[in-house]
Design a protein around this ligand. Structure first.
Ligand code: HEM
Ligand SMILES: *[C@@H]1O[C@H](CO)[C@@H](O)[C@H](O)[C@H]1NC(C)=O
Ligand SMILES: *[C@@H]1O[C@H](CO)[C@@H](O)[C@H](O)[C@H]1NC(C)=O
Ligand SMILES: *[C@@H]1O[C@H](CO)[C@@H](O)[C@H](O)[C@H]1NC(C)=O
Ligand SMILES: *[C@@H]1O[C@H](CO)[C@@H](O)[C@H](O)[C@H]1NC(C)=O
Ligand SMILES: *[C@@H]1O[C@H](CO)[C@@H](O)[C@H](O)[C@H]1NC(C)=O
Ligand SMILES: CC(=O)N[C@H]1CO[C@H](CO)[C@@H](O)[C@@H]1O
Length: 327
């Protein structure tokens, strides 16, 4: 090659290399972000999570859900943890009614501040804790990218605008996920998180009573009749306190049963049932319970996608000293 050809060729390679670098660091997150600055960070989180799971296993659900609520509102920036200040925080929005486990995040943060003060963000703590509760409930282990920084703003109205309600139909679910850069597959996969945890009756009683405004026995025709009868015994029309297992029988085990329930028309929310209303999500639901199920592998991938939403990295944001308030 003469020198006139070598240079463009070299440049082309350089550009390609740079592109690969930029894509792989698209969000500025990476595996083992704290390997130098706080080598035991993930081990410390796991130790605290395991202690909690031993005495309060019912916190697995809320702690997994917390990551979803954090990421869908202003990105995964720990804003879900902030207390209200002059304005009303996300925490105080209606969809957060049942968010619990904030004191667990605080406990993990305290342990991390002792080991490596000012290093590990609250946003990363939520992401690692979510993975560790999935593992503690016998779900898949997946690596969590880290390097998120904490935001300084939390806004109630934004929570209401960005978190899809349980009454959502498939088209609103798809657009809510697309708005966050998540695919239809991510929607089908991440809904599988409803294999653990509980729900308040009030999140689904509209399906049991007066569904279309025609009276007490007017129920959601897409829900199994026997299941409706069973749920009515647990929940009156106005019940706002009773908790119902979302995956009865194995609500403390991260398994495939959620998809079995959806197929049997026993998904608890309209948003669960809606997965049967789209050919791609329906195909995924059926595949998840077939012998070729890839749900466990897919879950880690979709959690990685969710964990990248709107992150603050580099010098944006801050590393909070206390997760409930900005520095
Ligand atoms: C697809 C849209 C989604 C909707 C409409 C939705 C809605 C809900 C609702 C209404 C509850 C019950 C809250 C209550 O009444 O106590 C709930 C619980 C839960 N959600 Fe979702 N969710 C969605 C996606 C997700 C995602 C992406 C995750 C995590 C990856 C998740 C994880 C959970 C968990 C673990 C619980 C149980 C919480 C507990 O035990 O307290 N959800 N969800
Ligand atoms: C909260 O978000 C809403 C909707 O984006 C916006 O209209 C409102 O001004 C925000 N409130 C504060 C205090 O920033
Ligand atoms: C889905 O729900 C949205 C929001 O409630 C509504 O505007 C839309 O018409 C619904 N779509 C269908 C197909 O029912
Ligand atoms: C059912 O809903 C309709 C329309 O919202 C309302 O007028 C009616 O009072 C409700 N009936 C019962 C039994 O709650
Ligand atoms: C509703 O259904 C139950 C059980 O089928 C029945 O006992 C009750 O009388 C019905 N109520 C109304 C208002 O139709
Ligand atoms: C945040 O609010 C909770 C509940 O009101 C309270 O217990 C906690 O001390 C507050 N944290 C901070 C750092 O203000
Ligand atoms: C944990 C938390 O702050 N929950 C709040 C969720 O929203 C309801 C209603 O807006 C509040 O009453 C809760 O305190």
């Amino acid at each position: 090659m003469d020198s006139q050809k070598v240079l463009p060729c070299f440049l082309a390679h350089l550009v390609l290399l740079l592109m690969v670098f930029v894509i792989s660091n698209a969000q500025g997150l990476k595996y083992g972000f704290y390997s130098e600055t706080c080598p035991n960070a993930e081990a410390i989180v796991k130790e605290e999570v395991d202690k909690v799971m031993a005495v309060a296993p019912s916190l697995a659900g809320p702690l997994l859900r917390m990551h979803f609520h954090d990421c869908f509102v202003r990105g995964c920036d720990g804003s879900v943890l902030l207390n209200s200040s002059t304005n009303q925080a996300e925490k105080n929005a209606f969809p957060n009614l049942s968010l619990r486990g904030f004191q667990i995040i605080d406990r993990v943060k305290t342990a991390l501040e002792k080991a490596c003060p000012g290093v590990v963000s609250c946003a990363d703590i939520i992401a690692i804790v979510a993975r560790d509760v999935v593992v503690a409930t016998k779900g898949p282990y997946y690596q969590v990218e880290t390097g998120r920084r904490d935001g300084r703003v939390s806004n109630l109205t934004e929570a209401l605008l960005n978190l899809p309600p349980p009454s959502s139909n498939i088209s609103s679910l798809k657009s809510a996920f697309a708005a966050k850069g998540l695919s239809v597959k991510d929607l089908a996969v991440l809904s599988g998180a409803h294999t653990i945890g509980t729900s308040h009756c009030s999140s689904f009683t509209n399906r049991l009573y007066n569904f279309t405004g025609k009276g007490a026995n007017d129920t959601d025709p897409t829900m199994d009749k026997n299941y409706i009868a069973r749920l009515k015994m647990r929940c009156s029309a106005t019940d706002t306190t009773t908790l119902v297992e979302m995956d009865p029988g194995s609500f403390r085990t991260f398994d495939l049963d959620y998809y079995t329930l959806v197929v049997k028309r026993r998904g608890l929310f309209q948003s669960d049932a809606a997965l049967l209303d789209d050919s791609e999500t329906k195909a995924y639901v059926l595949k998840a319970i077939s012998t070729g199920s890839t749900f466990f592998k897919d879950f880690g991938e979709s959690m990685m996608n969710m964990g990248r939403i709107g992150v603050l990295t580099g010098t944006s944001g801050e590393i909070r000293k206390q997760c409930a308030k900005v520095n």
